[in-house]
Design a protein around this ligand. Structure first.
Ligand SMILES: Nc1ncnc2c1ncn2[C@@H]1O[C@H](COP(=O)(O)OP(=O)(O)O)[C@@H](O)[C@H]1O
Ligand SMILES: Cc1cn([C@H]2C[C@H](O)[C@@H](COP(=O)(O)OP(=O)(O)O)O2)c(=O)[nH]c1=O
Length: 216
């Protein structure tokens, strides 16, 4: 008897408005057309409990600002739930998991952005995910102004409110971008895509990457 091969775990990373959500859905459609079982999920979130935590993380509480350590621990609390309830069962059934942000966002935002200790974040990472790493991390990289303009265009179009991260200053997002670029330079699972390209050009590169991941 043969068991299902484990599904691939692909994460999409980058700053606000770089095109993660647009391209994750494109990848899902592409994989579905190749008869590959796939789910799209996101962090923080992806399960009812983790979505409740997301709501607390993104909403501004003006009377009581959230301290960075609470923010960090809530990110990992949501991730622990998401991993056990959604990601690991899907992967073990052979389903590919496309995840909009994962632990690299914690390193970039809470580590590089907020200035929390990177080795403590690594300790929490090991506690929550053990040795699990994405098979591939697609980093969409663009100057901050490009992502912000796109995110602004999207909120005008959808009427969505600005969240607690989107109100941060430019310098915060520059540190976050630097964090992602540092991770990409030091981890071979990263593929960096120039997010200023047209969607057609980005998706041509994505198809090449997905094909490589399909190969036995
Ligand atoms: N390469 C691109 N060129 C032009 N517009 C883009 C591109 N990628 C995304 N967009 C647009 O920018 C906005 C933000 O994209 P989105 O996928 O929601 O970003 P993210 O999930 O990274 O925040 C959307 O309106 C989307 O249609
Ligand atoms: C997963 C994760 C997200 N975040 C932040 C980044 C985003 O500003 C916010 C919500 O993510 P998301 O909805 O993906 O934002 P966007 O579509 O605007 O890129 O949560 C962290 O700070 N740490 C984390 O570990």
């Amino acid at each position: 008897m043969t068991s299902n091969p484990r599904g691939k775990f692909i994460t999409f990373e980058g700053g606000e408005g770089v095109g993660k959500s647009t391209n994750i859905h494109w990848c899902s459609d592409w994989l579905t057309a190749q008869n590959i079982d796939v789910i799209v999920t996101r962090e923080p979130g992806g399960t009812p409990i983790a979505e409740l935590i997301r709501n607390k993380l993104l909403k501004a509480h003006h009377a009581e600002p959230m301290v960075p350590m609470a923010e960090l621990l809530l990110m990992f609390a949501a991730r622990a739930q998401h991993l056990e309830a959604v990601i690991l069962p899907a992967l073990s059934q052979g389903t590919w998991v496309l995840c909009d942000r994962f632990t690299d966002s914690t390193i970039a935002y809470q580590g590089f952005g907020r200035g929390l200790d990177l080795s403590s974040i690594e300790t929490l990472k090991t506690l929550v995910q053990g040795t699990l790493e994405p098979d591939c991390t697609l980093l969409l990289d663009a100057p901050i102004e490009v992502g912000m303009a796109r995110a602004h265009g999207r909120s005008v179009a959808t009427g969505e409110a600005t969240d607690r991260f989107e109100i941060e200053q430019l310098a915060f997002f520059e540190r976050v971008r630097d964090g992602f670029q540092t991770l990409a330079a030091t981890h071979s699972r990263f593929v960096t895509l120039d997010a200023t390209q047209t969607l057609d050009d980005i998706q041509a590169e994505l198809a090449i990457r997905l094909n490589l991941l399909r190969a036995p």
